[in-house]
Design a protein around this ligand. Sequence first.
Ligand code: NAP
Length: 326
Amino acid sequence: MLNSGHAIPAVGLGTSRLGTMEEDVVRAIKDAVDVGYRHFDTAALYVILFFFSFLILKTFSYFNEKAIGKALEELRTSGKVKREELFITTKVWSNSHTEELALASVRRSLANLRLEYLDLVLVHWPQSFRSGGDYIPRVNGNISGTILAPVDPTKENFTLAYKGLEQAVALNLTRSIGVSNFNRGQLEKLLQTPNLAIKPAVNQVELHPFLSQKDLLEYATSVGVRLEAYSPLRRGDAKMLENPSLKAIAAKYGKSVAQVVLRWQLQRGVIVIPKTSRRARMVENADLFSPGFLLTAEEVATVETLNADDRLIKFEDSAHLAEYPF
Ligand code: NAP
């Protein structure tokens, strides 16, 4: 249950890099619904791919709101799933950090996803880019997309974007709102905003055994904000999936290391959104509730010892901007 009073399925499907063609994404979403997924995580950041080179595809890889919308509409029309059974999350990108632009971004996402309301909308990153226009602002026509222009922090900032999301709730465009990639100080700052009408329900951050986020988790829990783990499988990193301690726990329960890692997150109260395009792995990643599959306190602690504060997603191109979180 979120602090907004709405329930969220503890396991969702991450959809970044789900497929490069629309039909791949549609097929993956249909497979996921078929095997029981009801929670999907996407983001507004797909438009970029139609404007920029495939170089950017490697770094910014959600481009699928429309394909997800198509799949979900087909599933609803055929009676396979009802809207009220679904939990759909999307995010507002950093070039929409004003109230108006954040609200406009929510409306665009709704149109792309063919929905009347969203379940959760997040401010994707705390650092702000130049308003409107390109998803990745460029300087001197540089197409690499790596040079991000600084903005006037009094006109564009994450609090203004969040205020736009509060309006989206008031207009019934989304049920819950939250943030992503916020560090503790930024979460505190947001919570201390004068006239904050709605507490963030979620902070979606990178979280896996090599980046356990213990302090952020303790703080977020203490203020009623749920952490949601992105890259919960460390993007399938062999170093993690072959880790001997994790393999030993997996062997004890007859489970895979991926399942142990996801189960560990659930037992800490963390929501998980593993991505896979493969049906068999969709089943595997959601099969976390079988009787007897409960890590002991000692095993949870063993997983915690693997923490190395080893972050995969640093977004260093934006490290010069105000509110860079890491
Ligand atoms: P992830 O879920 O940790 O890992 C996905 C990778 O692991 C894929 O290459 C997948 O390959 C592989 N995989 C999946 N299940 C597996 C299993 N059981 N065994 C072995 N390998 C497995 O990484 P992610 O996609 O970066 O993160 C998940 C979601 O978080 C994203 O899709 C996105 O929705 C969200 N996210 C949010 C942010 C943000 O800034 N808020 C940033 C990054 C990601 P196959 O597909 O081939 O199975």
